[in-house]
Design a protein around this ligand. Sequence first.
Ligand code: ADP
Ligand code: MG
Ligand code: MG
Length: 255
Amino acid sequence: MATLEIRDLHVSVETENGTKEILKGVDLTVKQGETHAIMGPNGSGKSTLAYSVAGHPKYTVTSGTVTLDGEDVLAMTVDERARAGMFLAMQYPVEVPGVSVSNFLRTSATAIRGEAPKLRTWVKEVRTAMETLQMDPAFAERNVNEGFSGGEKKRHEILQMELLKPKIAILDETDSGLDVDALRQVSEGVNRVRETGEVGTLLITHYTRILRYITPDFVHVFANGRIAESGGPELADKLETEGYEAYTTKGGASA
Ligand code: ADP
Ligand code: MG
Ligand code: MG
């Protein structure tokens, strides 16, 4: 079973006012088959964690390690990360002019599997996955992310996850901007992939509402650039009623 290990990760960005440390020692282990939720206030560094693992050039790892089965993820190119079995939903946030969803998915699958999927079975696979996500078949011919609505972007992420079958998936704010129906369909997609037992998922979110549809095995509270507390699903219930205040004031300005 694949294991993603993040150890004492410190990450900085360059700002107009100099170097700013955003991640201040993140420790986290995600195993294939597990579902983890990272929850925290806006600005606590959740997306920075996702971008850093994805290898976004803006984020400089100043110390710490990220490994997948002992292999140094931070030394891998973005392609190598995908081939190693990592799916990072924010990896392709940009529009890809002239490349259809269908071609994009097949190219990605080819890169990951090491050979092109047979066209006939592939077309069927894509169609079935799109049907279960209640996506319009015409969507497959649209250009990647071009004019996608928030909901379409998220469905496209889950479609990729269903088809590419990663070992570790990091989904950042998959629930934001979704109406109730889309949230349910996207959650069902995540749950289907989860039921295979083949994927370890890191679900990053600000709101607890997606956790009504997806019950995580572990919940981590993220505050001020690190994990402040870890627990089971009951921690999400506590956050829903009490919010993040206890974590943002602790040792902060009020101390
Ligand atoms: P979250 O996803 O938890 O809302 P982010 O990781 O987006 O938090 O941001 C954490 C902090 O780092 C914020 O104060 C944000 O302004 C800052 N930050 C993130 N990315 C950059 C960047 N590229 N340049 C400057 N500051 C950044
Ligand atoms: Mg440290
Ligand atoms: Mg964010």
